[in-house]
Design a protein around this ligand. Structure first.
Ligand code: PRP
Length: 208
């Protein structure tokens, strides 16, 4: 039987996703956790894990190089992907919000907004009827208003620590985020039994 392939996001989401799979009764190799290997087999489960950058997980799933992925809703909202979103895993809870320096005037015409999420940010401001200039960055978004690159940011807030430690304040929450189990539509047809079992076992462990 072909291995079931799962793209796991490295970084913040990884630990909670790993724990959820273990709680669901999957026998996972230790090295999944603590090595720099990018492909790790779980031979007892006939599962192959691909360790990927969180932003890239939906692309792997859409292109069918893996059957399943664990991806943040933030990434799903930013890029339209032809995948099935089968389960809200309830992990890596955070939200996307607007923020900036406390003394920034809010009435500026066409303010500059720095973000990793240009689509989410554009939709949000379009919905409010506000014209903004989007500046797309790849990380450390909080720096932008501190060094005069942007008037505001649209970014993930988890504990709120990064905003606080850099003297930024949150303006408005845009959307709540959790991680999702996503599946390639062809894999879902071909490996339906195993995927349904995985979803069922994970669902029992999910705390929403
Ligand atoms: C994310 C996000 C914020 C931070 C929020 O960045 O973009 O910067 O976490 O977390 P907090 O509210 O708990 O402080 P991440 O660390 O993923 O890296 P990045 O700056 O490269 O995007």
């Amino acid at each position: 039987m072909d291995a079931l392939t799962i793209a796991m996001p490295k970084g913040r989401i990884f630990e909670e996703a790993y724990e959820l799979l273990v709680k669901a009764g999957y026998d996972l190799p230790k090295e999944l956790d603590d090595s720099r290997k990018l492909i790790v087999e779980a031979p007892n489960e006939n599962i192959r894990f691909i360790l990927a950058k969180p932003m890239d997980v939906p692309a792997y799933v859409e292109h069918g190089v893996v059957d399943i992925g664990i991806a943040g809703k933030d990434v799903m909202l930013e890029h339209d992907r032809d995948v099935y979103e089968l389960l809200d895993l309830g992990i890596s809870r955070c939200y996307i919000a607007t923020a900036g320096m406390p003394d920034t005037p809010m009435n500026k015409v066409s303010p500059r907004v720095a973000t990793k999420y240009p689509k989410v940010a554009s939709q949000y401001y379009r919905g409010k009827g506000e014209q903004v200039e989007i500046i797309e960055l790849n990380g450390s978004i909080e720096l932008a208003p501190m060094i005069g690159l942007a008037d505001r940011i649209v970014d993930i807030v988890s504990t709120g620590k990064t905003l606080k430690e850099n003297g930024l304040i949150e303006y408005e929450k845009i959307v709540d985020i959790t991680s999702r189990l996503i599946v390639n539509p062809v894999s879902y047809r071909l490996k339906q039994e195993r995927i349904t079992e995985l979803v069922g076992r994970l669902r029992k462990q999910v705390i929403l």
